[in-house]
Write a protein that binds this ligand. Structure first.
Ligand code: C5P
Length: 478
C-alpha cells in the first residue's frame, strides 16, 4: 500500500489542499481520501473530458478555450424540486458541460452543498461574502465566467427578486450582475404560478430577455394538488441548456424552399374503413427537421402519422393520395422536393357513402383504380419543376435494379433506395440502410451508406443536397 506525505507535496498543491479541506470542514488527510475516492470512482479522463478538478479554483481561472467545455452556473433555488437539480447536474455533465453550483439558503434545506459539489466535481457556492474566495466582488463573477446561467428550481421568490433587481444574497447578486444568457426552470405550486404577482414578474423577465423552460403540468408535492407548476424534467432542462450552448450551426439551405411528403396515405373504403400501409413517417419527418435546421423554409405534407409536427416546419396534414397531390401542387414553387411518403398505389373507386354491411351475398367487391403518382407528376412538370426532385424506393427485393428503373420511370433526379423487407425493421423502426442513386454525366452513381438512425440519414441527405447546391449554384442539381 503506497503512502503519501502531505508535507512533501508541492507548495501550491499543499496550499490548495488546505484551502479545500477547510472549506469542506475536513482534515487535510480526509480531503485527500475524498479526492482519491472520487478519482477511483470516476472514469479516466479522455481528450474530450478534461481531468476532474483536483484544484477547482485553478481550473476556474482557466480561460474557456483552455478549459474546453461549455460552462453552466447552476443556481439551485429553495423548493422541493431542488432534489431534481442534483440529477440535472448529472444530465449536464453527461453532455460534456462543466457545472458550478450556487445554492440559496432555502435550497440548503433540501439539498446540501456537499452533494452538489460531489456531483459537479467542483466547489459549490453559498455565500455572498466569503473571505476565502478568489473571486472578486463576492463571486458575482460566477454570472460571467460561464456561458449560461441555469436557475433550477426557479422559485416564485427568486423570480420576484430577479424581476425587481434585488441582490441581497449570492444567487440574486449573480443574476443581477450576469452578462450571460439566463434560463429559468420555474417550480412552484400552481396557485403561486397563476398568481397575478408571479404573472407580472414572469412577463417582466421575458421582456428582459430571460428564457424559461416549463413549468409542466402534473401532480404537486402537496397532497391532492395538481396543475401547472412542476419543474421541467432534468433531461428537458439539459437539452434546453445544450441548445443555448451549441455554437451557431451552419445554415447551408438558408433561403431555399423545401417540400417533403411523408407517412402513409389512407384510401377510404367507406366512412369508417380505409386501405393503408405500415409507413410511420419517421424518415420524412426527420428530413423535414434536418432541412429546417439547415435553414430551409420547409413545407411538410404528411399523411396520417403518430408523430409531433417538427418545430419551425409548416405542416399540411392530409389523408389520401389525391389530397396529398393537391397540397403538393399548392406548395409549388420550391427549390427542392423530396417525396418520402409511402403513397397508396390504388384507391377504391366504389367508395361506400355508408358503412358497408355484411350481406348473405358475401363481401362486396372492391374495385381499385390507380392513384396519381405524385413524384412522377412533379418530376415531369415543364414550368415550375423543382430544380432538384428526390424520390424514395422502398423495395423488398432487387433493391438497386428496381431503384435504377424507378429513377428513369419517374423522371426524378435522385432516388433514396431502402430495403423494407420485414426482417430489416425499417418500416416503423428508427434505423435505416439506404443507397443514394444520383445521375452523374449520364451515368447513375450508387452510393451505399452504412446503417444509421433515420435522423442521421436525414442529416446526411441534407448535407448532400447542400453540397450539390454549392457545386452548381443556381443550376439544376442532377
Ligand atoms: O412507385 P413507388 O411507390 O415504389 O415509388 C416510390 C416513390 O414514389 C416515393 O418517392 C413515393 O413518395 C413516390 N410516390 C408518389 N406517388 C405515388 C406513389 C409513389 O409520390 N402515387
Amino acid at each position: 500500500m503506497a503512502s503519501l506525505t502531505i508535507r512533501k507535496l508541492d507548495d501550491a498543491i499543499r496550499d490548495e489542499l488546505r484551502l479545500r479541506a477547510a472549506r469542506n470542514g475536513r482534515s487535510v488527510e480526509d480531503e485527500v481520501r475524498v479526492i482519491l475516492r472520487e478519482a477511483a470512482h470516476h472514469p479516466p479522463p479522455t481528450a474530450a473530458t478534461p481531468p476532474a478538478a483536483f484544484q477547482p479554483e485553478a481550473a476556474d481561472r482557466r480561460p474557456r478555450a483552455a478549459h474546453g467545455l461549455p460552462r453552466v452556473t447552476l443556481i439551485i433555488g429553495g423548493g422541493i424540486a431542488a432534489y431534481k437539480a442534483l440529477d440535472l447536474i448529472r444530465r449536464l455533465k453527461e453532455r460534456q458541460i462543466h457545472v458550478r453550483c450556487v445554492l440559496t439558503r432555502a435550497a440548503q434545506q433540501f439539498v446540501t452543498p456537499l452533494s452538489a459539489s460531489a456531483l459537479s466535481n467542483e466547489r459549490a457556492y453559498t455565500d455572498l461574502f466569503d473571505p476565502s474566495s478568489e473571486f472578486d466582488a463576492g463571486h458575482i463573477r460566477l454570472g460571467r465566467d460561464c456561458d449560461l446561467i441555469v436557475v433550477a428550481p426557479a422559485t416564485a421568490d427568486l423570480i420576484a427578486k430577479m424581476a425587481q433587481g434585488h441582490a441581497d444574497d449570492l444567487a440574486s447578486a449573480i443574476l443581477l450582475a450576469a452578462n450571460r444568457p439566463i434560463l429559468l426552470a420555474p417550480a412552484m405550486n400552481p396557485l403561486m404560478w397563476n398568481n397575478a404577482a408571479t404573472r407580472r414578474n414572469v412577463a417582466q423577465l421575458e421582456r428582459d430577455g430571460v428564457a424559461l423552460i416549463g413549468p409542466n403540468a402534473g401532480e404537486m408535492a402537496e397532497a391532492n394538488e395538481a396543475g401547472v407548476g412542476r419543474m421541467a424534467e432534468p433531461t428537458e432542462i439539459a437539452i434546453a441548456a445544450e441548445e443555448f450552448l451549441r455554437p451557431p450551426q451552419p445554415r447551408p439551405l438558408a433561403g431555399k424552399r423545401v417540400l417533403i411528403t411523408a407517412g402513409p396515405t389512407h384510401e377510404p373504403i367507406d366512412p369508417v374503413r380505409y386501405i393503408a400501409n405500415r409507413s410511420s413517417g419517421k424518415q420524412g419527418f426527420a428530413i423535414a427537421a434536418a432541412a429546417q435546421a439547415a435553414g430551409a423554409d420547409v413545407i411538410l405534407v404528411s399523411g396520417p402519422v403518430d408523430l409531433d409536427d417538427p418545430a419551425g416546419v409548416a405542416v399540411k396534414h392530409v389523408e389520401s393520395a389525391r389530397d396529398m397531390l393537391r397540397q403538393v401542387e399548392a406548395s409549388l414553387p420550391v427549390d427542392i422536393a423530396i417525396f418520402a411518403a409511402a403513397v397508396a398505389d390504388w384507391r377504391v373507386v366504389n367508395e361506400g357513402e355508408q358503412k358497408l354491411k355484411k350481406t348473405s351475398a358475401g363481401m362486396p367487391p372492391l374495385q381499385l383504380v390507380e392513384n396519381p403518382d405524385i413524384l412522377a407528376t412533379i418530376s415531369k412538370l415543364g414550368d415550375g419543376r423543382p430544380p432538384l426532385v428526390i424520390g424514395f424506393a422502398a423495395e423488398t427485393e432487387h433493391l438497386i435494379d428496381n431503384a435504377r428503373a424507378k429513377l428513369a420511370r419517374k423522371g426524378c433526379d435522385w432516388i433514396v433506395a431502402n430495403d423494407v423487407s420485414p426482417a430489416t425493421g425499417v418500416m416503423g423502426g428508427d434505423r435505416n440502410t439506404v443507397h443514394l442513386l444520383t445521375r452523374d454525366a449520364g451515368e447513375i452513381n450508387v452510393d451505399s451508406w452504412p446503417v444509421m438512425s433515420k435522423e442521421q440519414v436525414a442529416t446526411e441527405l441534407v448535407a448532400r443536397i447542400a453540397d450539390s447546391l454549392m457545386a452548381k449554384p443556381g443550376e439544376k442539381t442532377s
